[in-house]
Design a binder for this molecule. Sequence first.
Ligand code: SAM
Length: 458
Amino acid sequence: MNKLPEDFIVQMKAELQSNFPAFLASYDKEAVKSLRTNIMKVSPKTLQNMMPFSLEVIPWCSDGYYFPLHTRPGKHVYHAAGLYYIQEASAMAPVEALEPQPGEKVLDLCAAPGGKTTQIAAKMNGEGLLVANEVDNKRCKVLIQNLERFGVTNAVVLNEQPHRFSDRFSAFFDRILVDAPCSGEGMFRKDAEACEHWSIKNSEKCAELQQYILIEAAKMLKPGGRLVYSTCTFNQRENESTLEQFLQSFPDFHLVNVPNQEHFQPGLTPSTVQSARLWPHLLHGEGHFVAVLQKKEASSEEIGKTKKAKKQPRIPKQIAAALDTFMKDTFLEPISFAGHLILYGDHLYETPLGIPSLDQCKVAQPGRYLGEIRKGRFLPSHAWAMTLSPRNLKHVQAYTSAEPELYKFLQGETVSTSHQAWTLVTVDGYALGWGKGAGGILKNHYPKWLRFVYDQPK
Ligand code: SAM
């Protein structure tokens, strides 16, 4: 068991009273492990039948499953194909409470590494606009990789402090998730580092930061919109008190019940009983806190106006021609793009419609990365491959997860092929990446940073 800070033990005794011994005993048990299905690519039932070990449904998330502790789904090729995300079970509750819908405008304000962003994206199924923000540059890169692996097409990634863009999105979003930075007490069972960094002073600092983030979020939510606030701490100062302070300053917000409340415990104070506490001694998961805030509907004159993005210039003719040649050689039927095509240097992106001007903001990823123009030719990106279904492709190198040749490809080796063009490599019908066929050899375009040894079926 990780060594718990003395002050933390005192605080939890006061918070839990007669329930404290049961809470403390939960630290002697091993943490459960779980994953969440990418419902854009596969149904939970199909995934359950495909995986080589048993999966047990998580009561508050129909896409989520517990997996056996001795297994390694992170090393299975279906993970590389983006069929699931390994996510802590309690951490699935906030997006279930957010209830994002296809076609909406949704903001994930504290997004990396992307567990909840990919969950939101899957529920939106590529329709609407998803803005994911992460202040930390390194974490932002991991977020982008996770969105790519999942095959997300409609996300814009920002790398900013919230006040740097909140005026651009005034009363703009239908739903906002604030999965706030916190003291991480709920992760003490899994994470020794969270234990070491903990102090009462640090928790107070977190509470100030949470208030700042919530205030910026409030400005960006449409009247009638839904804001979910979540943390992975037990700390009352960062949960109930943060909410109470926010509600005092923003009387146009009120708390509503968290869905699936029957699996959880209520918030600890009379004014926050509609929020949810997830306790590790009362469910199979770590500690979490979730609250749903609803913003009052407004009269039409109160509805915010956003500054429209400048009209994007058309992409230059020779670049459009290179893309066109690639698409004619690659796809069976012509494809159309739901968003705008924009060029950054030699890199082509598809940016979702309806995004306001982001001048002066640090945009880490303006949308789906399609590829690069090199020496007049179009080189498709790995990100684009991960959003494709083999049904509309002319050249597909289809492997099953049992074929040793597939694992050579995933380690970056060249493999043999009969194709003479850009070829989508798949496992059991799911995209993994590109190869380019010539002279009987498939040149490997699987990204170098993803090449590693996956577990092969025995
Ligand atoms: N939602 C993420 C997920 O499910 O994978 C986890 C988010 S983590 C609990 C909180 C995140 O907030 C961290 O990535 C941290 O870098 C970020 N953060 C820190 N300061 C912030 C700020 N001022 N505004 C927004 N996010 C911030």
